[in-house]
Design a protein around this ligand. Structure first.
Ligand SMILES: [Zn+2]
Length: 81
């Protein structure tokens, strides 16, 4: 079983389809039961779509954006307060 941190670390690769099948299965299993990562995953997908639609698609850059940190800190604030 992987942790949220491990999920976040692999999310960019996962979105690019650059993870091994076993890793993908682990990520999808984590995603299926982890609400926090579902929110981050959805937000990241939306961000990727916005960037794609704007015509400046560059997933490695998107995946490296601090937006995931922002999302995570927002979620952590919401879940701890
Ligand atoms: Zn998680």
């Amino acid at each position: 079983m992987i942790t949220c941190d491990e999920f976040m670390a692999e999310l960019g690769n996962y979105l690019e389809g650059e993870v091994a099948n076993e890793v993908r299965k682990e990520l999808e299993r984590h995603l299926s039961h982890c609400r926090t990562c579902q929110v981050v995953y959805d937000s990241t997908l939306k961000t990727v779509k916005i960037v794609t639609d704007s015509g400046s698609f560059d997933l490695p850059e998107v995946a490296a954006l601090p937006i995931r940190e922002k999302i995570m800190s927002r979620i952590r604030k919401e879940t701890t307060s």
